[in-house]
Each structure stands twice: as C-alpha cells, then as structure tokens.
Design a protein around this ligand. Structure first.
Ligand SMILES: Nc1ncnc2c1ncn2[C@@H]1O[C@H](COP(=O)(O)OP(=O)(O)OP(=O)(O)O)[C@@H](O)[C@H]1O
Ligand SMILES: [Mg+2]
Length: 341
C-alpha cells in the first residue's frame, strides 16, 4: 500500500479494493474528489458503484488500499467520516410505519438537529421533493417513487460536506427526476459541498457531473469531464443499418480502416463507426458496401455521447435498459432477484 499525499481533497483513495471471495467488486481504484465537485460513477449493473460508495461511507470495510474522506481514514476513523457525510442508499430504507414527516424527524434526532432549524430543514426538503401535501401520511401508503423522494429528502436533511447519492433518480418519473436534478444543481452552489453520485443514466451523468468515472467490472476505465470524455473518442459517429451481411460488412470495414477509429455492432442490424471526418468517411463506407453488394438501409450521423464513450472502452452498450423508461431498471432488478431464487 502506498501513502496518500498531504493534499486534502474531500475524497482520496489509493488502490482501494473490495473482494467478495473470488469476486473483486472494486479492483485497485485510485481517485480524488475535490471540495464542491459533483463526481459521477457511471456504469452498468454489477460494475461496483454501490460497493465503492459503501466503502467510502464506512459501511463496508475495504479488502485492500487506502480511502480517506475529509482527511479521515475510513477504517481507522469511521465516526469522523460519518459526521461529515450524507448517504442516500440505492435501496429504500425509510420506515413504512411512520409518516413522511416522522421519518425526517427521526433523521433530525439522529443528527441532533433541533427546534426551528429542524422545522426549516424538514420544510425545505419536503418542498424540494414535492411531498409537502403527503408529509403526514403513512409511508406504507406511498408509491415507490414517493418513497424514493422521501429517501432523498432524508439524505439532504444533514446538509453534509459530502453527499453520496446512489442511483438518486432510480424509479422516479421524468418530472420528479428533473426536480432532483434541479436540487442537486442547487446543492452544488453551496460552498464546499461535494457530491458523489452513481448512475447508469448517461443523460443524468452528463448533465450533473463535473467529472465522471466510467466503471466496469470494478475498474475505472475512463475518468474526465463529460466534454473531455466525449472528445476522447474522436469526431463523429456514423451509424449504418443493414438488413443482412452485418458481420461481412464489419469485417470489410475493419480491413479497410485507415479512416475509421473504431467499429462496434450495437444490435442485429446496426454498425456504429467512429470517424474523425464523416464527410470523407461516408463515401468510402458506401464504396465498401457497394463493392461487396451489401445494401445500406439507413445512415445516421451524430456527435458522440457518453454511451459511445462506454462502448468505445468496453465494446458493450449501456442500453441494457430502456433509458426512457425509469422503471425498467427496477423491473430488471426484480427479475434478477427472482432468478436467484
Ligand atoms: N455483500 C455482497 N456479497 C457478495 N457479493 C457482493 C455483495 N455486494 C455486492 N456484491 C457483488 O459485487 C459486484 C458489484 O456490485 P455492486 O452492487 O457494487 O454493483 P453496482 O454497480 O452498484 O450495480 P447496480 O447498478 O446493479 O446497483 C457484483 O458482482 C455483486 O454481485
Ligand atoms: Mg448499485
């Protein structure tokens, strides 16, 4: 294990690792988060996002490496770490037998927030997640989206130096998701508040985060600002759709690739081609297709997204779930759990 530098970022890790038996969920990851920064962990199911967050929140003990939060070692000084963090877990933990307000009062009591300050914060967070009208109703009668909004409200009660948001908009409808985004953006304006959020929604990471680590199989495969990540993979994306011969077309383009940076097949009919200059690349692609008697049905030209960055580094797509459907992830989790029985 190497020693950390004296520079005090809000989060500092060196080779942080967590193994569950043979399964290395977080694999020797070193990174820092600056005060006031919104840092995103973007990755698919099982990438290691929650494990990373739990180690930094002192809920899981690392197998190896060093992690400090606010200068405090997560293993040696867990109480000091807990004093300065807020944590919104991925799984819903608010108490169904209490009202929304009572859940927040409980949180206030745990953190010794009293009197007018307590009322002010409760009122502020309820307004923020649009639960004022239902605050005195029993949480057992809340919908899933409402429970998640209450969970977020609870994490914000403590006004911490570092807030962990593990999949903060999971299960929310688009309007509630936007409300959360607005609040995260408001929070960042407060001095010294840093946020570490995980998500598998690229749009969310792109919109909110100052820097993003793309995480896959426990490793950071890229870490930069959203703009730089997109720049890293070159100029333009060309998508071509073919009704047949996709493997042959991919092979031909791969053999003939001085004008192509990368090629991936993203579904049964579509090839995604990264090029520096689409004006010169497109005629060449058509020439390859016509030379091999392959019909191209459709062509789309667009700027790179974070999805393309993920595909570039992993050869996989993040589009496992339909990103327009906020409940698809929840459904996939339920079916995953059912399969394990
Ligand atoms: N307590 C545990 N015991 C054993 N294995 C675990 C445990 N927690 C996580 N894992 C494994 O570690 C890996 C990373 O899981 P983790 O929950 O960190 O992923 P994630 O990126 O948060 O995924 P998701 O997007 O589904 O929430 C997975 O292979 C998971 O099965
Ligand atoms: Mg997770």
């Amino acid at each position: 294990m190497s020693e950390l530098s004296e520079v005090r970022d809000i989060v500092e890790t060196v080779e942080i690792t967590k193994a569950f038996d043979e399964n290395v969920a977080v694999d020797h990851v070193s990174f820092n988060i600056k005060e006031g920064e919104i840092f995103g962990l973007l990755g698919p199911n099982g990438a290691g996002k929650t494990t990373m967050i739990k180690m930094l929140c002192t809920l899981l003990v690392p197998s190896d490496g060093i992690a400090k939060v606010g200068g405090h070692d997560v293993i040696k000084e867990p109480l000091k770490v807990k004093e300065i963090i807020g944590y919104v877990p991925q799984d819903i933990t608010v108490d169904g037998f209490l009202t929304g307000r009572e859940n927040l009062e409980l949180q206030a009591a745990l953190y010794n927030i009293k009197g007018e300050e307590r009322e002010r914060r409760i009122d502020e967070v309820l307004k923020l997640v649009q639960l004022r009208e239902r605050a005195d109703g029993l949480v057992n009668y809340f919908s899933g989206g409402m429970r998640r909004r209450l969970e977020i409200a609870r994490g914000l009660m403590v006004e911490p130096q570092l807030l962990f948001l593990d999949e903060p908009t999971l299960g929310l409808d688009p309007a509630s998701r936007k409300a959360v985004w607005n609040h995260v953006q408001k929070l960042r304006k407060k001095q010294k508040l840093a946020i570490l959020m995980s998500t598998h929604y690229m749009e969310e990471a792109d919109k909110l985060c100052d820097r993003i680590a793309i995480i896959d199989r426990g490793r950071f495969i890229a870490l930069d600002t959203p703009t730089n990540l997109k720049k890293q993979i070159g100029g333009t994306i060309i998508e071509i759709e073919l009704s047949k011969s996709i493997n042959r077309m991919k092979k031909l383009l791969t053999q003939n690739n001085d004008y192509i940076d990368n090629i991936n097949q993203i579904n049964e009919t579509t090839l995604q081609i990264e090029v520096q200059d689409s004006d010169t690349a497109l005629p060449k692609i058509f020439k390859v297709a016509s030379g091999a008697d392959i019909d191209i049905n459709q062509v789309r030209i667009r700027q790179p997204t974070l999805e393309d960055v993920f595909l570039h580094y992993t050869g996989k797509t993040l589009r496992d779930e339909d990103l327009n459907d906020p409940f698809s992830f929840v459904r996939s989790q339920i079916s995953k759990r059912m399969r394990s029985f």
